[in-house]
Design a protein around this ligand. Sequence first.
Ligand SMILES: C[S@@+](CC[C@H](N)C(=O)[O-])C[C@H]1O[C@@H](n2cnc3c(N)ncnc32)[C@H](O)[C@@H]1O
Length: 255
Amino acid sequence: MTTHPRGTAHLQADMTQTMQRYWDATAESYAHHEHFNSNDPQRRAWALLLARMFPAAEPKTILDVGCGSGFVALTLAELGHQVVGLDISPEMLRVCRAAADARDLTNLTLVLGEAERPPPDIGPVDAVISRHVLWTLPWPEQAVTAWTALTRPAGRVVAIDSLWSPQLISDTNGADYPPEVTRFLPLLHARDLNPARNVWRRAGLENVLAERLAWIDEVLRTQSPSDAAMMYRDLTFYFVEGTRPVTPGPDTRRK
Ligand SMILES: C[S@@+](CC[C@H](N)C(=O)[O-])C[C@H]1O[C@@H](n2cnc3c(N)ncnc32)[C@H](O)[C@@H]1O
């Protein structure tokens, strides 16, 4: 993995612009891939995971960072949560809005913005989630620190992501990004869960837990169309989560 010095503002702006262009251009086909029919086993597996993480019986306010065409945000909104979706790509947000409108969902708000600098007035939320976004963040610690700041004390910050095989990285450059972008993405090059775990700890989160999602791997590898199944053999899914510490209030005990 290539390490980098603390990025300058212009480097960060360039990277964001490159990625925004990439995701804008990809939005329609990404949505097509993600919004496949509701009986699709992959879709059912992801929906089950999300319902276990955020049960409908306990409605929350949840920020979905890098919501894209909205699979996670829409699923959580359908479970009854109050959801804010944030993304750098106006095209992704347009596609997500259309899907929310088609389902008459009024509990989903969409915001154009950066994972590393989410607008502060989004918070406080009960939880932050991102799926398939960590790998594409040049400065994941900056982003997760910002997500933590938006979360209520004892609230959760959760990400679902994947470890990529070196072969897949070299075949795809991450996501057809220019190589100079790909080499800057620390979690794209992670070989195990420790880098993500450390990002969570350094962002000040407690009770940090990172685990592989072997059952998701199994569904995606065995029940996807053959071209996707081949790609999934090179991805190992995991989640990482932690809670925002509860800052002790003023000491009210009698002296
Ligand atoms: C692989 S897609 C995942 C979309 C969605 N989370 C899902 O699970 O289907 C990555 C998304 O992250 C967004 N993204 C990438 N970098 C971002 C950043 N710095 N800030 C906000 N969104 C970002 C992209 O525009 C894209 O929509």
